[in-house]
Ligand binder design. Structure first.
Ligand code: KMH
Ligand code: ZN
Length: 308
């Protein structure tokens, strides 16, 4: 088996500050946790921004500028900016920072879908901010828009015009066929780094059979031209990514995807999750790839090509 890529998604736009005191929110917190995650072995950092005062998901360039320069200066990790932002944002909002920063990598969500977070309301919490509860409640009527026109705009603006390569977020089998469609249109070139996303309500569930089927169909559509990585939401994170590692795939961890380190136990940091999966994959005989090995494998433009 080849080396393994550990991606760490530091904060995302799914969890809210009241759910964990360890969720990084300010630029300083995101930078510090990113540096620690990179030191622990994450070679790709998947990045979202938040308003540092309210902790609300933000896509503002000023908020990305609160941590991107520090991560570029103090780590050699590949910086991967989300173009998904939050499903409540317009595509113009989602793209403002990635277009300005021109990162080596960007996420790209491969289909329009539901993105229901309201089951996380679950029990009553002490909400710290007045936006949190309605934000989660309103996801029962939320469309995460990623039409073919949107996808083409991201591929052109970020890929062709700024040299970014992509983490293709596939939440469903249909998203693999959409990816194949864009390969056939000549808008993307291999190798394709495909992130299989499990456990978002609106996408596929965290069943092992779904992972084996995604691999079977990706083999058919992309033959040897792709790498797969796995992320899974909540308590399914470690089991599913471990399965991916055992099958020769790559892994994504981080507080964007799960706030816990074990059942019912909050992770103290992103680095703690990176350390845990690193120990697991090394016990499986996998060798963690350095950022430069990732650059070579994925054909990235290099850190000097970004505006940070
Ligand atoms: N939040 C994850 C389920 C993105 O940033 O583009 C998927 C994700 C989307 O990371
Ligand atoms: Zn994300």
């Amino acid at each position: 088996m080849t080396g393994i890529i550990i991606t760490c998604a530091l904060t995302g736009s799914i969890h809210t500050p009241s759910m964990s005191a360890h969720l990084p929110v300010t630029g300083e917190e995101i930078a510090r946790q990113g540096i620690e995650a990179a030191q622990a072995g994450a070679s790709i950092l998947h990045l979202h921004a938040r308003d540092p005062v309210t902790g609300r998901p933000s896509a503002a360039l000023e908020h990305f500028n609160g941590f991107v320069p520090a991560l570029a200066r103090d780590t050699d990790a590949v910086l991967n900016l989300s173009t998904g932002g939050s499903a409540v944002m317009s595509l113009d909002e989602r793209l403002a920072a990635p277009l300005a920063i021109a990162p080596e990598m960007a996420s790209l969500n491969m289909g329009t879908m539901n993105f229901a977070l309201y089951p996380m309301l679950g029990r009553d919490r002490n909400w710290q901010h007045d936006w949190e509860k309605p934000f989660l409640e309103n996801t029962d009527d939320l469309v995460f828009r990623n039409t073919p026109r949107d996808i083409a705009r991201i591929l052109t603006g970020l890929g062709q015009e700024r040299g970014a390569r992509f983490e293709f977020e596939c939440y469903d089998l249909s998203h693999l066929y959409m990816l194949r469609h864009f390969a056939d249109r000549g808008l993307i070139r291999p190798p394709y780094f495909i992130q299989f996303v499990f456990g978002v309500l609106g996408g596929m569930g965290p069943d092992p059979e779904n992972l084996t089927h995604m691999i079977r169909i990706a083999d058919k559509l992309f033959a040897g031209d792709y790498l797969f990585s796995v992320l899974a939401a909540g308590r399914f994170q470690m089991p599913l990514v471990t399965m991916a590692a055992a099958m020769g795939g790559h892994v994504r961890v981080g507080l964007e995807d799960s706030l816990t380190i074990a059942r019912g136990q909050l992770a103290q940091s992103n680095a703690e999750q990176v350390e845990k999966i690193r120990a697991i994959v090394e016990r499986l005989g996998r060798v963690v790839m350095t950022p430069d090995e990732v650059r070579g494998t994925l054909g990235l433009k290099g850190a000097e090509g970004i505006n940070a």
